[in-house]
Design a protein around this ligand. Structure first.
Ligand code: ADP
Ligand code: MG
Length: 215
């Protein structure tokens, strides 16, 4: 008999709307990284997730931040930072799919290479979740277009690539404007010293979850 009890989404206490939507998306069981990280994420812990491409990291942090989000509070509760516009667009698309059951939720993307002015207009209209690239997000923070003072969850997706691309200073400037009391989730394919260093600076007692790349 397969060990489905450990991989059923129903075992981890997701909101009913999110659960029903997962069924309609055909997400029947958690991937290994989801099974390891989601219970910790839902418990509000800081989590480091190391797993190769295609292991389902987006839904791991996406379901976590959606589960703790209060849609009635219309301010930026979660920020997801990605290395490139393409990745940010993919993440925002997946979060919107996972959030279909949440009425009136606003997910905004803020990426470089896109016109700046319209992003200011979108920020004035407000958002619950921002997904973006570090350079552009830092610019909006610096110009007071984006207020992160009530942020609950920070996600660094593909953190190793963000550091390789030279986004360290932008990340630091963004994180400085957030509450220290928040949940921080860090995903990375590799775990070099630079990642360990940033994790120890910006995370609190992180739980390490790791999936071997055996397939
Ligand atoms: P990663 O970020 O780890 O590279 P993604 O989050 O992009 O991987 O997920 C890869 C693919 O797997 C996506 O198409 C996503 O929709 C799908 N997926 C994620 N979790 C599940 C699941 N539990 N069941 C079925 N498909 C899933
Ligand atoms: Mg990914």
């Amino acid at each position: 008999m397969s060990d489905s009890s450990n991989t059923a989404f129903s075992s981890i206490g997701l909101q009913p709307g999110l659960m029903q939507n997962l069924e309609s998306l055909g997400y029947n069981t958690m991937t290994p990284i989801q099974a390891q990280s989601l219970p910790n994420i839902i418990a509000g812990k800081d989590v480091i997730g190391q797993g190769k491409t295609g292991s389902g990291k987006t839904a791991a942090f996406g379901l976590g931040l959606l589960n703790s989000l209060d849609v009635k509070r219309f301010y930026v509760q979660s920020l997801v930072l990605c290395p490139t516009r393409e990745l940010a667009d993919q993440v925002a698309k997946e979060i919107r799919r996972l959030a279909r059951a949440i009425h009136n939720i606003k997910v905004l993307t803020l990426c470089g290479g896109m016109p700046f002015g319209p992003q200011i207009g979108s920020l004035e209209h407000g958002a619950h979740i921002v997904v973006g690239t570090p350079g552009r997000v830092e610019e909006h923070v610096r110009k007071n277009n984006l207020d992160l003072s009530k942020l609950s969850v920070l996600v660094l997706d593909e953190a190793d690539r963000m550091l390789e691309m030279g986004f360290q200073a932008a990340l630091d400037a963004i994180i400085e404007t957030m509450p220290k009391q928040r949940q921080t989730l860090l995903f990375s394919a590799t775990f070099p010293e630079e990642i360990q260093a940033i994790a120890s600076r910006i995370m609190t007692a992180p739980v390490m979850t790791q999936v071997e790349s055996t397939h």
